[in-house]
Structure formats: structure tokens, C-alpha cells
Write a protein that binds this ligand. Sequence first.
Ligand SMILES: [Zn+2]
Length: 278
Amino acid sequence: MAFLAAGFAGFAVGSLTGAPEQASAEESSAAPSPSSPSSAQVTAPSSPAPLPLPADDSYVAALEDPLQDGSETLAEGQSGRSETNLANSDVEILNWVETDDSVFFITIDDGLVASPAVRDLIERYRIPVTAFLTEYAVRNDTDYYETVTAYGGSVQNHTMVHGALNDPATDVEWEICETQDRFEEQFGYRPWMLRPPYGAGPDDPDVLKYAEQCGINRIVLWNVVVTDDNQVEYWDPPIRAGDIVLLHWVDGLEVGLEKILELGRAQGLTPAALEDYI
Ligand SMILES: [Zn+2]
């Protein structure tokens, strides 16, 4: 996969050659796939291997013209798309945001536990949360996920049943595009970000093809993880401006969320809506 330098301000896009199998911190709470688990699900390490650091020029890259015939055009009304996003609809992969603002980004995955304590915390501090939800896990929790993404965040695509998108047995089109259709029905808008389960296959040609065809233009990974037992794993500590933090909707999430907010505060950072930056 070829990458080009991105000349625009506002965000950086990771050059991810070789990264998919390494960026697998999600396994700690990953939902089992009813299709066929890949080796990546079984053997992936519990902490992410480093992708190129933000200071590296190679870190700022964009996919070379991924647009293809038959693609879906992202609608301006697709909820929360920023001016930056509207100005650049090419499909891009990122795991960190280049910004001069003193902000970081909270992303929370899957959707297995809809905890009132977490909802209360998000409402109390009005935390912008980008929720990458797995469709099967959230069918009965529409109100909850609308509430927790009401402070500048949004519900985004984390596939139907959490299949590894680089597994040949996974129906990539169904995992991506069916989720788009169902979330549009369930939440009233079509996602425009995808987080591949386990971080697997973000630059797989089929992933890029179906993402673009079904209205997604940002494939979002991460560079800080709060594990399910609330340990913080960095690729380059401490937490810095533009970092994308991954957590999961699990029991005890409120503890990890408070912890990362405090670590951000200690660095002079506040959580901002990823939606405003990409
Ligand atoms: Zn996940």
C-alpha cells in the first residue's frame, strides 16, 4: 500500500505497514466472533507494539487515491462531520492526531456493558466520547449510547460481530456495510469512522474498499490503551496532545475513565471530540 505525505493541517495519519497484527490491545475484552477466530485473536500481545512516533515524518501520510467507482458519497448531514472532514473525504488511517491544542481523545469500544456509573461520569464532566460499537452488542441500548455520546461525540462503526477484518473467513463487506445500515436505522445517522476489531487489517484492500463504498472515510486506531484492569499502556508516555485513548465498555470502566482524565489533567490536557479534528 502506497502512502503519500499529507500536507494539510489538523491531523496526522499513521503509516501502518506491518502494524495490523501488532495493534491488538483490544483482545483483553474483545467480543468473541461467532465466525472464525483468527490467529491474531489468539496470539496477539496484550499491549500494542509501537507504530511510528508522531515526530516521525513518515507518521504523516495519506492513502493514495483510494476512491473507486461505485463508491458512496458521504453526506454533509452525516452527523458531526467537521469542516476538516468535509474538506477531505478520502479514506485515511490514523492512530494519533497532530494538533497544537491541549487536547486528547476518548474512544470506547464494543458496548458489552452499559454502566449507569459511566453514564453519570460522562454527564457530570460532559466528556466527549467516540463510541466504536459492535452492532450485536448494542441492539437494546440505543438510549444509553445516544446519551453517552451526546457531548460532542458520536456512535461509530466497530462491525457487526467483531470479526477480524484481515481473516479470510470474515465477510468484510457485511461486517462494515451492514453495520452502517443498521446504525443509521438505530441512531439516525450513518457512521463515517471505522475501528477494525483488534486493530486488524486497517489497510487491507477489502477494508479500504468497503469502508469507502459504504460511507466511511476515517479508519481510527489508537496510541494509548486503558486496559480492562485499568492499567495505562502508552507507546510514548506520558499522554500527549493529540493522543487517541482506547477503552472498552466493561465493568469498572468508570475507574479507568477517571484515571485517564486525571493523567490528562496532569499534562494540562482536556478531552476533546475526535469528531472536531478528523
Ligand atoms: Zn473491539
